[in-house]
Design a protein around this ligand. Structure first.
Ligand code: 6LW
Length: 504
């Protein structure tokens, strides 16, 4: 079984692929981190690390239908935004916004972060997004939200005490004060926020006061982190959280993107999680550089196991890195119907709908190759690279005996290549290739090359498509590419799925 996020060296991003809005906490020598998951189920991936560099996904916080409601019409980039993960009084607490209609802010808790987590407690008195949790010395729990406003809550009942009260609006003139986190550090309470919006202008600013409720005095060096208006390879740096390591040093986790190609630069993996060192000078945090190479870490690295390329679908439970759209009903997603296979059964929707039957994993490497052995004798389906319901490419085998490559970009949908299907199950492939012409300021990020394997094991390329159309700069929104398997009609059986870094 492959494991997520495995690297042997200390490089950024520490959690590649679409893993934005990181929130981190430490318990003893263990670090835990969560990210946003939007329209995908299960919700809120949870990672563990012993060195802050190597992270292993140990579960998902919202992995039962009773915990996560994403109605049919939930669009891509709807759903779950920006959790905060904290440990308090022997329990893990997670607060998050579900932006789907009728949902809102909710809290869950657990004694073991690998689960199970409780069913959600709703917070009807907490409006807005990006909720934070912090406890003061008297045991009061303060929930701070984008804007930035604050209200006292009881996280075990969802009760709020009074109306949210504005506490800081960030740097005058800066857009979107959001992603607040409140910390007691030394003699001060620090209120850290993101501002400038989650695009190229993103940044992190901080203020401090002697009470958790303010007044807050902004840091004279704000923003304490931004890559706006630079040519650095990591852009959009912001939405951060702080953690103190076992040795007393301080670190920041944050989101950033890696634009590729010419102008304006296309990022294809969504917003990823990066790590940066933090020093304290005169009672203010000073953030070290956010570079692809991490500095020498002050402790030995604890790499995780090298992942298997292949998932044989032999286990009853799917790995936590597999994500589907909105839900995962057993009648549509099964590893038991044909043992050793994943069976996907269509529900009258295609990849063009927000609730397609699609099971994927995040594209975590700028270059990758994926393959699957598929039996389409009872249906139509295949292998897709998905940005959202309006931006995806796929190679599919049909029950009528053809293989075709389909491109959907905005309102345009086209079958770009079609050929007869070899008899029996077929291996479908996709890999990244170099950017197609032109090779100048308009150069795109990459191409996606779809193919079939012939009986002698060679790969026959069927179509090569410009990767820029599966980027956030084209599609918009908050997510990144997901590579996976789908059923558009009938039942489709997948014997195995390989994902491996590298190609071109
Ligand atoms: C999130 C906001 C943001 O709620 O993007 O970059 C939004 N920051 O804080 C969705 O991830």
């Amino acid at each position: 079984m492959y494991d997520e996020n495995v690297t042997a060296s200390a490089t950024n991003p520490v959690i590649p692929g679409f893993h934005p809005d990181p929130s981190v906490c430490r318990v003893g020598e263990d670090y835990y981190l969560t990210c946003s998951s939007f329209e995908y189920f299960p919700g809120i991936p949870l990672f563990h690390s012993r060195d802050l560099v190597h992270w292993t996904q140990i579960g998902n916080v919202l992995d039962r239908p009773s915990q996560l409601r994403l109605p049919r019409e939930t669009p891509s980039s709807g759903g779950l935004y920006a959790p905060t993960l904290r440990h308090h009084d022997g329990r893990f607490w997670l607060i998050v916004t579900n932006v789907a209609p009728g949902e809102g802010n909710l809290v869950v808790s657990a004694t073991d972060p690998a689960g199970p987590w409780t069913d959600p407690v709703r917070l009807p008195g907490v409006p807005g997004i990006d909720p934070d949790l912090a406890w003061d010395e008297e045991g009061n729990c303060w929930c701070t939200i984008s804007g930035v406003a604050q209200v006292r809550i009881d996280p075990s009942t969802g009760e709020t005490f009074g109306e949210p009260r504005p506490v800081w609006s960030g740097t005058p003139g800066a857009a979107a004060p959001e992603a607040p986190h409140l910390y007691r550090i030394g003699d001060h309470w620090y209120l850290m926020i993101a501002e400038g919006g989650t695009e190229r202008g993103h940044g992190v600013s901080i203020a401090r006061g002697t009470s958790p409720n303010g007044p807050f005095e902004p840091c004279p060096a704000n923003p304490i982190l931004t890559h706006r208006s630079t040519t650095r390879p990591i852009q959009n740096t912001g939405h951060a959280d702080l953690v103190q390591a076992v040795d007393g040093s301080w670190w920041m986790v944050l989101l950033g993107v890696r634009p590729q190609g010419g102008t304006p630069g296309w990022h294809i993996l969504g917003r990823e999680t990066f790590l940066a060192p933090v020093d304290w000078v005169d009672g203010w945090p000073v953030v070290g550089e956010v570079n692809p190479e991490l500095p020498q870490m002050p402790w030995p690295l604890v790499p995780t196991a090298v992942p298997d390329e292949r998932d044989d679908f032999d286990a009853n439970e799917l790995l936590p890195s597999w994500i589907s759209l909105h839900d995962r009903p057993a009648e549509h997603y099964s590893t038991k119907e044909r043992p050793g296979h994943l069976t996907l059964r269509a529900r009258g929707t295609s990849l063009d709908e927000p609730d397609a039957i699609f099971l994927g994993r995040r594209q975590q490497h700028l270059d990758f190759e994926a393959r699957t052995l598929v039996d389409c004798s009872e249906g139509t389906g295949g292998l897709a690279v998905r940005l959202d319901e309006r931006h995806h490419y796929a190679i599919e085998a049909t029950s009528e005996g053809t293989v075709r490559v389909i491109a959907r970009v905005g309102s345009l949908r086209s079958v770009v290549a079609q050929l007869p299907l070899p008899s029996g199950p077929v291996v479908l492939t996709v890999r990244t290739g170099g950017a197609p012409e032109p090779h100048d300021s308009r150069t795109g990020p990459d191409s996606l090359v779809f193919g079939v394997e012939t009986p002698d094991g060679a790969t026959k390329d069927v179509a090569s498509l410009d990767g820029r159309y599966l980027s956030t700069e084209v599609a918009g929104g908050f997510t990144g590419r997901v590579v996976g398997l789908y059923a558009a009609d009938g039942a489709v059986h997948f014997d195995w799925f390989d994902y491996a870094p590298g190609s071109r």
